[in-house]
Design a protein around this ligand. Sequence first.
Ligand code: ZN
Length: 269
Amino acid sequence: MKRLLSLILTAWLLSGVCLAENYGMPAWEYPLEPEILENKAGYITLVNRDHLLGSDYEPYDLEVINARAIPDIKGDMLRKAALQAVREMFAAAEADGCVLYLKSVYRAYSTQKYMYNRRLENVGRDDGVVAYPGSSDHQTGLGADILNLEWTKKSGMTPAFGNTAEAQWMEAHCAEYGFIIRYMEDKEEITGIIYEPWHLRYVGVEAAAYIMENHLSLEEFDEEWHAYIADWEARGGDFKELLRLRAIPDPAEVLYLTEEGEEEVSLFH
Ligand SMILES: [Zn+2]
């Protein structure tokens, strides 16, 4: 009787496991888990001239930076996860002989607007040097400009920073800490921003690995995963429902032997 019960329970569990994989929907074959694309924490949010943040958008988990930085930005902030990643990356870089400095971190909408208007007044037109208010990656609290000591002493930043050992270290290793090079050298036409080897953007370790391995701009990544979900849903998937079902823990199956040497199945939720 016990054995029969075990068999029935096992069969039920196995059928449940099979169902749990697809929930009757097309197989999820995108290289990143659906929860990453759910973007609950906003780590993969695209911000640019076509995707503006509101004037009232301020990240909820900003923290005062406690990593090596130029004196001007003392008291400035980054989002918690980005700051933690900066600290880990700086330590690893230093172990490899690359000393990194934060030069610019979170920038509020009002600050960006002030900088933009001042540039307009000085130059007489939008020359693309200062981002339009709401379009700056710095307003996400996940973007940071990072330089070496020599470049912190220069008045401006140019793509030539990309030739330094520090920039090359960051390009090779930033993804290990969840960062991407937000404005790549050969993506200027897509991002609308010149090559900025100093501007790193936190997106989380999984997304960063995928983006950097495939040499994508955040714009291309954003378009790609939205298109994947649209196609997957056109084939019968339901993204919101998939996330809901995946959030329900599977019953854990525990098999153990009774004193009589029979197999029993216990269920734990
Ligand atoms: Zn920047």
